[in-house]
Design a protein around this ligand. Structure first.
Ligand SMILES: [Zn+2]
Length: 201
């Protein structure tokens, strides 16, 4: 993938391996630690186009506010889908919310994929859609489908910390990671629980 670059991670966590780092950065485009932290990098057609170009994703045309709504819908649907990975804790993930799946299907429509063969003979999905956003979102979806197939998707989790929602890759051996960072969210929640216990609440 051309132009792929890695975003900094909270708690010095390593990003998701390989191309899944792109999907992770896509989900975290509302929580970018490098650029305007906490700002939505998909806020306008211009900022969305800039983000996609930064990650080497071609748009093939000018973007509209409908494109922004579609990209945000895909991002938030994928965040909700990845949230189930955190609660599953190694077990089979619970069935996803039908409304989340319908939103994902709506945002994905038009981002068609074709199967092509890489130089090593392995088949891989290649985006083939024609709309301005179809190829860019198709790339994100192709990487996601591959991550489901190779099992790495189950380790892409969403931090349940208040005001967080950061997508992180759980590199722990037993796959029990829950927080983006024990120092940031995990530590804060533990300190609050400790305080409540001390107050007898
Ligand atoms: Zn967090």
């Amino acid at each position: 993938m051309t132009g792929e670059r890695l975003s900094p991670q909270p708690g010095s966590r390593a990003p998701a391996p390989g191309e899944l780092a792109l999907v992770q950065a896509f989900i975290n485009s509302h929580y970018d630690l490098e650029l305007h932290h906490g700002a939505d990098l998909f806020a306008t057609p211009e900022s969305l186009g800039g983000w996609l170009a930064r990650y080497g994703l071609e748009t093939g045309g000018r973007l509209s506010s409908r494109d922004v709504a579609r990209a945000v819908a895909l991002r938030e649907g994928m965040r909700a889908l990845a949230s189930a990975n955190g609660s599953a804790n190694g077990a089979a993930a619970p069935a996803a919310d039908p409304a989340v799946l319908a939103g994902l299907d709506g945002a994905s429509a038009g981002a068609s994929l074709e199967l092509r063969f890489a130089p090593d003979g392995r088949p891989r999905w290649q985006p083939a859609g024609r709309g301005a956003l179809d190829r860019a979102l198709g790339t994100v979806l192709a990487v996601t489908a591959t991550a489901f197939a190779d099992g790495t998707w189950a380790r892409l989790k969403v931090c349940p910390g208040p005001h967080c929602g950061w997508a992180f890759y759980d590199h722990s051996r037993n796959g029990s990671g829950r927080w983006c960072s024990m120092d940031v969210c995990g530590g804060r929640v533990k300190a609050r629980a400790h305080y409540r216990r001390r107050r007898g609440g």
